[in-house]
Design a protein around this ligand. Sequence first.
Ligand code: ATP
Ligand code: MG
Length: 890
Amino acid sequence: MTRQLSTADIRTMFLQFFRSKEHLILPSHSTVAPDPTTLFTVAGMQPFKPQFMGAPATFEGRASKRVTTAQKCVRVGDIENVGRTRRHLSLFEMMGNFSFGDYFKQDAIAWAWEFLTSPEWMGMDPGKMYVTIYEDDDEAFGYWTQDIGLSPDHIHRFGADENFWPANAPLEGPNGPCGPCSEIYYDRGPSYGDDSWADYAQTRESARFLEVWNLVFPQYDRQDPAPDGTPVLKDLPFKNIDTGMGLERVASVVQDVPDFYSNDVFRPLIDRVAELSGKPYEGEVSVSHRVVAEHVRAVSMILADGVAFANTGRGYTTRKIMRRAIRHGYLLGFREPTLYQLVPLVVAGMGEAYPELKTEQSRVEAAMRSEEERFLKTLEGGIQRLGGMLGGLEKGTTLSGEEAFVLYDTYGFPIDLTKEIAEEYGVSVDEAGYAESLENAQEIARAGSKYGKSELFGGNQEALEGLPATAFVGYDQLQAEGQVLALVGGGERLSGLSAGSEATVILSQTPFYGEGGGEVGDTGRLEWAGGSGVVRDTKKTPGGVFLHDVLVEEGELKAGDTVRALVSPDRRATERHHTATHLLHAALRAVLGSGVRQAGSLVAPDRLRFDFSHGAALSPEEIAGVERLVSRWISANFPVSAQEMPIAEAKAAGATALFGEKYGDTVRVVRVEGSVDLGGQTVSSMELCGGAHVRRTGDIGAFVILSDENVAAGVRRVEALAGEAATAWVRERLGQSARAAALLNTAPDALESRVAGLQAQLRAAEKETAQVRRQLAEAQMGGGGSSAQTRELGGFKVASLKLSGIEGNELRAAADKLLGDSGADLVVIASDRGLVVKATKDAVSRGAHAGQLIGKLAAAGGGKGGGRPDMAQAGITDAQGALGALDTAF
Ligand code: ATP
Ligand code: MG
């Protein structure tokens, strides 16, 4: 059967079909999973789990118990097979219709049948349809045989491993909505396989019987099994429908093409890969065309959803997919970033249905390109190294985990890639050993990166025991009175501290902020009756005891004294940088996408530093955009508020929490009371944060981004300044350009064109010098190379010559000329610093080797060198010595 329906047509028809059955059409959820059970969205039902459990079926204000979607899904469980077998994609679209306590099995079956077989819709041949049902689902059997009229020998009954969703849920979980299912298959005919439907009951694997649609009947709430292990499946108070039709699979059937890769979505990608690589889509290498096309499509979509390449979690999986594609691109001969050039085709094919592809296109291309650059560099080295490791192994043996780890550690080879390459040599990989090496390495890194506790508290840990948490009053005031609860130094409690000595001081209450959350500890002074001291730094124990590092300048400080604690006005500068950091974070997310996640930060009086996940360097426009957004906040002069609240409330309000950070039950939420606009998008800032902030955004004064650099794979670092530090920096830069302009006798505005002009002059002068040197060389050579000495050596006619004042390019040019003019087989030219040997093709074919000859000559000339058979050069210090060795060198 062939019908001229594009994949997009089928997507639209499906949604329209279910709209005609009173379903509400909803947009696809992101590929990033809506709940933490999976990294990626793996099925159309995932966003609707709450509704299956009884949450109100209201979507963007519209109530509907029937909805239909085209959901982009990512499944990476058996990614090594993508491109090899032809039924699984890592990104595919699952078309679904859902009922939340509304219609059930009978309608679901009838409608799926109608959509697939009616000539008005997909028009598939009813005689080629087969189904499976859950072993005791007689209800479904009844509808299939009686309502639809399907012959019982087109039906198999399978167990919970195949026909339950999630698979094996009754015995193994997870808890939650689940139910039996019924899968619909299409017989692609004997040319795909000579197995029969009866065989399928045994094999459960077929290239011929293609599963196109799964109808799931979530009618149970799976709960913890009884103590004896009996599954507990409670009837849900209402019954649901969840179906998933594979869009790409149906398209292959309807378009009557053998697999996905020949359909209208993939064909343009495959053709482009063939064009870019010059390798036609055929034979064994075609697996690489498929992997590249499929993975670039998948990664484009995932990146468009805000994920960035990273070394953990989702970003790591994405990186694995991308790296597999890059490696297959490498097999196709791509040595430069190329795959990102396929992104426009992905956007052309799917951008209508998934507009995020269009809006994020340039970011996706940039991220992909930089990942390609990075990985291609390591790939070359790694492939050679792995080839060496594998070359020494017999087929059927195992590559050690340690070696696999070296590849990961040195060349960034994901273990899967190593496995895949090893497989081509018939060698397996010791994965357990690999995991162990990885664990060891991480342990070492952890131990190296954190101070031991005793270091942090200067060996004073024991002496600090029993002290109460310090009352911190420094959010609102920079001065406060406090009582000295303890003086600690050298691991002991001290009774007093005299002028000139230094120790840790603990107060009953303090305005000094203790280092934490990226913000540095406060500095300042302590004053008391009869004395004073400097606070050089403040830290905080996990128990909340503030430790002031104090140097007494005058008088004596004793336990029990009352002191006046005065925080340095520098703190105001720190506050400016801290609030600016929040605004920077919000602006980065607005400009670069929600994939931006804070990875670390430093807030100090003189600067701020912010690390975040993002795959590519920021363009000048992006930097300017971020800066502009922060400036808008500053001019708006919004109040900045901080409020304590239960963590659940803070999260519900949408406060940004740091991934992987532990929070208590009560958290402090810092919010800028007002939002700014970015092309119609409202951008606001609210973060869980214990730090010190300005009262109003206007207090920040000024903000400037100094730099954006790469600090780790997928992590960028922005440095910025706020307040006076920002204006001082700008002033200094203006001064620099003014001074540079003065040196060049021009105005700062004309600096660029002046430099460009000077560079052009310099190039012209270099050319001229080269010309003069060449003339000098020619003059020294004499007409036709007459100054050269020519003789027979080892059966070759060898011309040699010493030149002065000539090096590099001119030396090589002179050798060329001499070779042409003298008619010699080999020429040797030495100068005060360099040596060149050249041989004619004919001489090389008779066994001459410039590289070997120059080795001997250079050694005699006080240098070292080597090269190709026809051309070699070396640096030397003694031209005479080098030439003198000629007679004995053959
Ligand atoms: P299979 O057994 O073929 O791997 P499945 O049973 O895991 O598929 P379901 O979870 O039932 O798949 O998903 C519903 C439908 O989505 C399937 O009937 C199929 O048409 C489609 N589908 C599932 N996985 C993929 C994939 N990796 N690539 C393309 N389509 C898929
Ligand atoms: Mg299935």
